[in-house]
Design a protein around this ligand. Structure first.
Ligand code: NAD
Ligand code: MG
Length: 394
């Protein structure tokens, strides 16, 4: 027996994680129903999802599409409420009608709704790593005060969650080992990376993901963001979190214990495993992911990350050590840099240069409230935008 139906608010429904979530949900109509869906601006895609999942509410973050959403729902004869604007994201994240929130918006645009879900004590499936990077301390405080249950969905953090002691303690844990695929440019030297195009950077060898995280994987910033994410989620200092490159992306991460035991979680590289885990926890359900064929894989490789070719990982450790608002500066500068790179305004090697320049210029300041962090985020974005034209274009 599956127990009572869980009602899910899916923030970022039209994205890669959103699609994987809906795939798992659709396999288990006896367990899950969709209470709310959100998208940024793609009204047609959101309407198509509403037709399929009949949510109580649909949110378009960009208010410009409100009339199109409202009229589209009406034309389809749906009773879904049309909401729009960023505040409506916080509203559905905290709505008592939804017990589970999947935070799958990309970037700092997801911070406020992730915090709202934490404060409201939800089961919080956390994919939006940028919200942990920007507001880690506030978020963990909101989780404690709100009584939320965080289930990490980022595959590495999901793996670590599964390998940590079941009582939630850290007894006997020596280190966390975060695996990194190394991205599409593993093994290259820095000088080989001039002239890389957005399509080359987004062609990840193992995972199909949104374009922002794909570029982050190619620069290794994704792993940097994940180190910061792990510190907050698991309450361990940076010195106890190590990155190891594992090009097959089958060992999703590991926990090293003081007695020499190392526990790992393995699986095919498919986000539906982590999402099914978070949706059903503490139970296990079918995710649609095929069983792992170890003999067909034949071998696993591990190597150390190359920080000279991929300076973004070192920049993330630097921002983490600086603390306060520095990770928010790192994140905002990275978001601007990646977007400029995807639009052909900044070269691949300009991404770390731009982030470093922002970290050098902006100390970050305190991180005691969401308002402070959003001010820091805005200041870092302004600085990054002014620097883009001065950085390398190739
Ligand atoms: P995506 O680009 O495919 O989807 C992003 C979603 O966010 C879309 O639904 C989009 O409409 C919405 N969105 C974008 N900008 C918005 C804004 N300003 N306001 C409100 N909504 C907005 O991204 P994705 O690959 O699904 O990644 C989502 C998050 O999950 C990211 O934080 C990413 O780092 C994390 N993540 C993704 C994967 C993966 O396999 N794709 C793995 C681990 C973690
Ligand atoms: Mg990850």
């Amino acid at each position: 027996m599956a127990g009572p139906l869980k009602t899910i608010a899916l923030l970022g429904a039209t994205g890669s994680i959103g699609g994987s979530t809906l795939d798992v949900v659709a396999r288990h109509p006896d367990r899950f129903r969709i209470g709310a869906l959100s998208a940024h601006g793609r009204v047609d895609e959101l309407l198509a999802l509403c037709e399929r999942f009949h949510p109580d509410a649909a949110v378009l973050a960009d208010p410009a599409g409100h009339a199109a959403l409202r009229d589209g729902l009406e034309a389809r004869g749906l009773r879904t409420r049309a909401l729009s604007g960023p505040a409506a994201l916080d509203e559905i994240a905290a709505d008592p009608a939804n017990d589970t929130v999947v935070a799958a918006i990309v970037g700092a645009a997801g911070v406020a709704s992730t915090l709202a879900a934490a404060r409201a004590g939800k089961r919080l499936l956390l994919a939006n790593k940028e919200s942990v990077v920007v507001a880690g301390q506030l978020l963990m405080q909101a989780v404690r005060e709100g009584g939320a249950t965080v289930l990490p969905v980022d595959s590495e953090h999901n793996a670590i969650y599964q390998c940590l002691p079941a009582d939630g303690g850290r007894r006997g844990v020596r280190r966390l080992l975060l695996t990194a695929s190394g991205g599409p440019f593993r093994g290259r030297r820095r000088e080989d990376l001039a002239g890389i195009t957005p399509d080359q950077a987004c062609a990840h060898p193992n995972w199909v993901m949104g374009r922002k995280i794909s570029v982050d994987s190619a620069t290794l910033m994704n792993k940097g963001l994940e180190v910061i994410e792990a510190c907050h989620l698991f309450g361990l200092p940076a010195e106890r979190i190590e990155v190891v490159v594992h090009p097959q992306s089958v060992v999703h991460s590991l926990v090293d214990y003081v007695d020499g035991s190392v526990l790992a979680q393995l699986g095919n590289p498919d986000m539906r495993t982590a999402l099914a885990y978070g949706l059903a926890w503490p139970e296990r359900i079918d995710s649609g992911v095929p069983p792992l064929d170890l003999a067909a894989l034949a071998r696993f490789d591990f190597e150390r990350p190359d920080l000279e070719t991929f300076p973004c990982l070192a920049l993330a450790y630097r921002a983490l050590a600086a603390g306060g608002g520095a990770p928010a500066v790192l994140n905002a500068a990275n978001e601007v840099a990646v977007s400029a790179f995807l639009q052909g305004e900044l070269g691949f090697l300009g991404i770390p240069d731009l982030i470093q320049a922002c970290l050098d210029a902006l100390p970050g300041g305190p991180a005691d409230s969401l308002e402070q962090l959003m001010d820091t985020d805005a200041a870092a974005r302004r600085m990054a935008h002014t620097l883009v034209p001065r950085m390398r274009r190739r």
